[in-house]
Ligand binder design. Structure first.
Ligand SMILES: Cc1ncc(COP(=O)(O)O)c(C=O)c1O
Length: 362
């Protein structure tokens, strides 16, 4: 008989561990990494300077992230006491599921929703439930139809990764209005800074007008601090109180806090990153379509590209690109085996991607 201890929740044994975007390819001389939705512009130079000047590595960080929360609050016009910081928004998403849905609660999200909702649900003995999408976009009616008395949290990544689609502020509100009061609506706005559509809402307004909606944000995408792991949640007092109870006391490192403060205050850097992304979101899709590829409309910093069946399929494209050092993200684990996700890069990187795909599709 095996003496291997078993985890408390059997669902942990069903977890397919999250595989991040590749960052290297054996034998490739030059790597173009477009696999993790990182900003090609890098972090704010001011954040890098702040890190250089930081010399208190022997001290524990401020467990309450006071200065970071104050800086976020100031820039976003939010009350600092309703912000909780985490080691990436991932950590906070996990804590919300742990606290509110662990041990049998249902966590609902859309069919091609961000993978960590499922992984954290399985980690905490919650039940992951998906609702179908329409045209690779979150379908509010389908989500509402999938609610049961056991539903505890509904996650909407807006825009969603890996599809790049979003739902409007009106649709988000219709979802909130249709959910029972005991169900938390978690709006994951990891890519909010990239969205310029006028009918978009990052979820902040719903947090303000309800006591059961929470918004997640991250410094990993447009802010370029993915390596430091820092994100935040804005929620009603009750949810913030619970997240503060269950998080570890020093969950955000001192260096992450110092860099986050400088980064959030450098909105000029963010404007530059947004302008670059806007220009590429306009110029790249027609060039990809001209190669015979389907590109889904995206409001994020990435494009979901659909490949035909046969020799020009996504798997062959991925292999072909990898041999040239161009790394995209395969999204078979999101139920999209016929697609690849490409993060928008620098102009030269996008050009290299287009050239490689032109060669592949010839
Ligand atoms: C939709 C979405 N939410 C959350 C995250 C997690 O970001 P973080 O690095 O803050 O944990 C990601 C990262 O890929 C994401 O795509």
């Amino acid at each position: 008989m095996s003496s291997r201890p078993l985890p408390q929740h059997k669902s942990i044994l069903d977890i397919a561990p999250y595989v991040g975007g590749k960052s290297s390819v054996a034998g490739a001389k030059q790597i173009i990494k477009l696999s993790s939705n990182e900003t090609p512009l890098g972090a704010s130079p001011k954040a890098i300077d702040a890190l250089r000047d930081f010399d208190a590595l022997h001290r524990y960080p401020d467990g309450g992230c006071t200065l970071l929360r104050n800086a976020i609050a100031e820039v976003h016009g939010l009350p600092a006491e309703r912000i909780v910081c985490g080691a990436g928004s991932d950590e906070l998403i996990g804590l919300l599921i742990h606290a509110y849905a662990g041990n049998g609660g249902e966590v609902l999200y859309s069919e091609h929703g961000f993978l960590m909702y499922k992984i954290y649900a399985q980690s905490f003995g919650a039940i992951p439930v998906t609702a179908p999408e329409t045209g690779l976009c979150t379908d509010v009616d389908a989500l509402l139809a999938a609610v049961t008395p056991r539903t505890k949290i509904v996650f909407v990544a807006n825009p969603n990764n890996p599809t790049g689609s979003y739902i409007t502020a009106a649709e988000l509100k219709r979802l909130r209005d249709g959910l029972p009061a005991h169900v938390i609506l978690a709006v994951d706005s990891a890519y909010a800074e990239y969205v310029s559509e006028l009918d978009y809402s990052n979820g902040e307004a719903l947090v303000d007008s309800t006591d059961n909606t929470v918004m997640f944000r991250t410094f990993s995408k447009i802010y370029g601090l993915a390596g430091l792991r820092v994100g935040w949640a804005y929620g009603p007092e009750g949810i913030v109180d619970i997240l503060n109870r269950v998080r570890s006391p020093f969950n955000v490192s001192s260096v992450a806090q110092v860099a986050g403060i400088a980064a959030v205050r450098d909105q000029a850097h963010i404007a530059k990153a947004r302008a670059h992304n806007d220009a590429c979101l306009k110029s790249l899709p027609p060039k990809l379509s001209a190669l015979g590829l389907k590109v889904y409309p995206s409001v994020g910093n990435f494009l979901l590209i659909e490949f035909p069946e046969g020799k020009h399929c996504a798997e062959n494209a991925n292999d072909f690109l990898l041999k040239r050092g161009v790394i995209l993200r395969a999204v078979g684990n999101y139920g999209l085996p016929y697609c690849l996700r490409a993060t928008i890069g620098l102009d030269a990187e996008n050009k290299a991607l287009l050239e490689a795909l032109t060669e592949f599709m010839a």
